[in-house]
Design a protein around this ligand. Sequence first.
Ligand code: CAA
Length: 260
Amino acid sequence: MNVLFEQIGRVVVAKLNRPSALNALNTETMYELISKLEKFDKSPSVGCIIITGSENIFCAGADIKEMASKNFSQMFEEDYFGYWEVFSKIKTPIIAAVSGYALGGGCELAMMCDTILASENAVFGQPEIKLGVIPGIGGTQRLTSLVGKSKAMDIILSGRNIEAKEAENIGLASKIISQNNFLNNVIKYAQNIANYSKTALIASKEAINQSLECSLKDGIVFERRVFHSLFNTQDQKEGMDAFLEKRIANFNSIYQPIKK
Ligand code: CAA
């Protein structure tokens, strides 16, 4: 198995598991990861997903051994990397827990997630320029929207490595977490998120992502309409009742019909 899955409470941990290739993403790994995530996405018992690797390697990128001998027609006809678009349709929040190298497709996988938590030893980079190519799983687009044009040019044109501190400073990683007990601390962070209303989590993710696709004016209307729609959920009643009754809210699944 190229990816190991474990559900801990409402959190699913997906661990890349190709140590001999430094967790490089071949086609098999891509299908294995995405098809399983699609199933967890539909489960009301899953509120948050973590993608991680080992302590020293998150992922060394797309599998160079798989790609090296391909020609244009093969890449084009297979729409190589095209299936990654399914990953970005997953509605459940996804956290990238990056320890060690996240290079090329590894950095792109982390950026496809909703937020990146970096261990102190995390190293990011888009080294494709050194291979005579460019990023192919969204790196030129997502890195630019995360860190701005000038910094994205610097990183992609130089192919240089970015240490955790710099990744945090430029907004690539949302925060650095101590290397000691890293994954357990990310799981705790994810459990907190996973216990909120899944409907509200999905709505938050959708509204934030919408901001990248439309004008501020349209985005604000979109947000307000989604906000209105949440008043037809049991979780909104529970969340606000719990506040007024000074107790902790007990949110339910998205599939529970609204109580009268
Ligand atoms: N694909 C396939 N195999 C890879 C790989 C990759 N991306 N990265 C490492 N490996 C393999 C190596 O070939 C080696 O295998 P063998 O034992 O069979 O020789 C094994 O993993 C160990 O690698 P190293 O000996 O190089 O390990 P290291 O500790 O000395 O260096 C590293 C670690 C700095 C991460 C180095 O392996 C490296 O630079 N890897 C390539 C990084 C890279 O260029 N990534 C971009 C790939 S292209 C891409 O991702 C395109 C895109 O947009 C999607």
